[in-house]
Design a protein around this ligand. Structure first.
Ligand SMILES: Cc1cc2nc3c(=O)[nH]c(=O)nc-3n(C[C@H](O)[C@H](O)[C@H](O)COP(=O)(O)OP(=O)(O)OC[C@H]3O[C@@H](n4cnc5c(N)ncnc54)[C@H](O)[C@@H]3O)c2cc1C
Length: 264
C-alpha cells in the first residue's frame, strides 16, 4: 500500500513528524499494538522506481537502485481522517529513511506494508517501564497515550540534549526521565546507568525497551539479572545499531540476538 505526505512538523531538532494520508489508506487495517510498525520502502536517489510500484518492477534492477526497506512505528492512526503519523529521527545525511523525512514535502509518496507489532501495556500489572532512544519515542508516546488516568509509568528516554525533548501527552501518572547524550560521561552506557541507579516503584511491572542495540543489550542484562525481569515476558529488542546501516545490521542481527539471549 502507499500514502501521500500531508503535513510535516519538526518536533525537535532531531525528530520530524510526517502525517500520511490518501493513497490506499482506505484499505489500511490497524492493530491494537502500541508499537505497531510499518515496513516502508525508500527508493535511493537515481532509482527508476517511483511509488506506487509492483514487486515485478524490481526484477533485474541492480541492488543499488532497489528501494531500501526500513521499519517505522505508527505514532498515531486517525481512523476518521485515515491518516498515519510517523515520528522520524533526523540523524544526519547518512541513510535513506531519515534523509527522506528531512526532505519530505506534501504530496511525496511512501510505499509500505504492515502493520506488525506486539506490545501493548498490560492491564494486569501495577506499573509500566518504558525505555529507549528517539527511535522508540513513537512507540513510547503511543503506549503512554493508551494508559488510563492514574496508571503509573516510568519512562527513560535518551536524546542529545534538553532541546530534543518532546511532548509525551498522557493521562497516566508518568515520570519521564530525559537522558542527555551530550553531557553524559559515556553516552553508550547512559541508559543502563540511569535505569540501574533508579529505585523502581513497588509492585509488578511490564517492560518495553527498544532503541540502539548496545544500549538495549546492556539495559536488558541489568533488568534480567538484577531486577528479576523474565525476558520472555518483556518487549525488548534493538531497533538499530550504531555505525551500522540497516542492511549491515540485519545481516548481523540474528547472531547479536543469540548472543544477547546468552547474556542472562
Ligand atoms: C520495529 C521498528 C520500529 C522502528 N521505529 C522507528 C521510528 O518510529 N522512528 C525512527 O526514527 N526509527 C525507527 N526505527 C529505527 C529505524 O528503522 C532505523 O534507525 C533505520 O536504520 C533508519 O534508516 P536510515 O535509512 O535513516 O539509516 P541507515 O541507512 O539504516 O543508517 C545510516 C547511518 O545512520 C545511523 N542511524 C540509523 N538510525 C539512527 C538513529 N535513530 N540515530 C542515530 N543514528 C542512526 C546508522 O547506524 C548508520 O550509521 C525502528 C526500527 C524497528 C526495527
Amino acid at each position: 500500500m502507499y500514502a501521500e505526505v500531508q503535513t510535516i512538523e519538526r518536533l525537535s531538532p532531531s525528530m520530524i513528524r510526517v502525517v500520511l494520508g490518501e493513497g490506499t489508506l482506505d484499505q489500511f487495517e490497524t492493530t491494537s499494538a502500541t508499537d505497531a510498525y510499518i515496513n516502508a520502502q525508500f527508493p535511493p536517489e537515481g532509482s527508476p522506481v517511483s511509488v506506487p510500484f509492483e514487486r515485478t518492477e524490481l526484477d533485474g534492477l541492480p541492488a543499488e537502485l532497489r528501494p531500501r526497506p526500513r521499519r517505522f512505528t505508527i505514532r498515531n492512526w486517525d481512523s476518521n481522517k485515515r491518516q498515519l503519523a510517523i515520528d522520524f529521527v533526523a540523524h544526519g545525511d547518512d541513510g535513506y529513511a531519515g534523509t527522506w523525512a528531512q526532505r519530505a514535502r506534501p504530496g511525496d509518496r511512501l510505499q509500505f506494508s504492515g502493520p506488525g507489532g506486539s506490545y501493548r501495556p498490560s492491564p494486569d500489572v501495577d506499573w509500566h517501564l518504558l525505555a529507549g532512544d528517539e527511535s522508540a519515542l513513537g512507540a513510547i508516546g503511543a503506549s503512554l497515550e493508551s494508559l488510563p488516568a492514574g496508571r503509573q509509568a516510568l519512562v527513560f528516554a535518551v536524546v542529545d540534549g534538553p532541546e530534543h525533548e518532546i511532548d509525551l501527552p498522557t493521562e497516566a501518572d508518568a515520570t519521564v526521565v530525559w537522558l542527555h547524550r551530550r553531557t553524559a560521561a559515556d553516552p553508550e552506557t547512559l541508559l543502563h546507568d540511569a535505569v540501574s541507579a533508579t529505585r523502581f516503584p513497588d509492585g509488578t511491572f511490564d517492560v518495553f525497551l527498544h532503541g540502539e542495540a548496545g544500549e538495549v543489550r546492556s539495559t536488558r542484562r541489568h533488568l534480567v539479572a538484577d531486577r528479576g525481569v523474565d525476558p520472555s515476558n518483556a518487549s525488548i529488542s534493538p531497533y538499530w545499531r550504531r555505525d551500522h546501516t540497516d542492511e549491515a545490521w540485519r545481516q548481523s542481527k540474528r547472531q547479536w540476538l543469540a548472543a544477547q539471549a546468552r547474556d542472562v
